[in-house]
Design a protein around this ligand. Structure first.
Ligand SMILES: Nc1ncnc2c1ncn2[C@@H]1O[C@H](COP(=O)(O)OP(=O)(O)O)[C@@H](O)[C@H]1O
Ligand SMILES: [Mg+2]
Length: 278
């Protein structure tokens, strides 16, 4: 195909030999299949997003290090320079996450390089060598859905052990490759330790998987893996090989209620004493 303008610099510099075709055109990015030295790769060309509001992103970007203070100030103010920096930070968050997660053994596309606003990565393929389908494109049996859920939960745990939460996990951002599911689309990735919304986002990610896979295997909806995983993370006991039960026991608050009632009664007695009524 004719080389798209955004990929031209990469072709001219020899990082890409040929653009073979366009896979997708999404709201956030255009995805191409490219030839790099005889191997088919995937090129994600980020679009300047007009739909992504600064406020929308704040849930995700809280706690993200932005480097120097000039950048941080510009990004906070939303100036033109700041917007470009924010856009750049959004892309590099995905690239950084892919490197970090690959190193941690989470199954994501292997990143190759990021240049001129384009991420070149492994093209996830199915057993026939075709581009892998998304989880949403497959009809799974109950058994396959249960198995898929268990593999994906392990990936979520491994990801959290590496300090990250996907933040937009769904049947659209999981490809089913020849060796199993591959998690994609990570610009909104969240650093668990520095973000007050971390628990909420983790539970939402897991709910999205349960909702989709629960259509084929309704039994999985009765479990609460999200809270179990978060509790282990907070206690510092989360481990990639941890055996999950899906049973979560809420901390017992009854004793707390009693002590609060006693405190209130004490305060009431004090007030009465001060008023000279006892
Ligand atoms: N590494 C990859 N290998 C194969 N297909 C991919 C890869 N990355 C993305 N895709 C395809 O492109 C689509 C859009 O990519 P994604 O990263 O989810 O961007 P968007 O922000 O547009 O959702 C995916 O749903 C998938 O079908
Ligand atoms: Mg996507």
């Amino acid at each position: 195909m004719k080389t798209p303008a955004r990929l031209l610099p990469l072709v001219q510099e020899g990082q890409i030999d040929e653009v073979l075709g366009q896979l997708m055109s999404g709201k956030e990015a255009d995805i191409y299949v490219v030839d790099c030295g005889g191997v088919m790769r995937c090129a994600k060309v980020y679009k300047e997003s007009k739909n992504r509001s600064f406020r929308q992103r704040s849930d995700y970007q809280e706690g993200r290090a932005v480097g120097n203070s000039r950048r941080a100030r510009a990004m906070a103010k939303g100036s033109k320079f700041g917007k470009r920096e924010l856009e750049e930070a959004w892309h590099s968050a995905e690239v950084d996450a892919l490197y970090r997660l690959t190193a941690a053994g989470v199954r994501v596309p292997q990143p190759l390089f990021y240049d001129h606003g384009v991420l070149v990565m492994e093209l996830v393929a199915d057993a026939q060598g075709d581009v892998a389908p998304r989880l949403t494109d497959l009809e799974l049996t109950e058994e396959q859905a249960v198995q898929m859920y268990s593999v994906l939960l392990k990936e979520v745990v491994r990801m959290l052990c590496a300090g990250l939460i996907h933040g937009d996990l769904s049947e659209y951002n999981v490809l089913v490759g020849k060796d199993g599911p591959v998690i994609i689309d990570l610009p909104q990735v969240v650093t668990a330790a520095g973000n007050n919304n971390a628990r909420k986002l983790l539970l939402r990610d897991i709910d999205a998987l349960a909702l989709c896979l629960g259509r084929s295997a309704p039994s999985i909806r009765q479990f609460d893996y999200g809270n179990e995983i978060w509790q282990a993370y907070e206690k510092g006991t989360l481990d990639p090989d941890m055996k999950l039960t899906g049973r979560f026991k809420r901390p017992d608050h009854k004793a707390d209620v009693g002590s609060v009632l006693r405190d209130i009664e004490d305060a009431r007695q004090d007030a009465l004493r001060r008023a000279g009524k006892t």
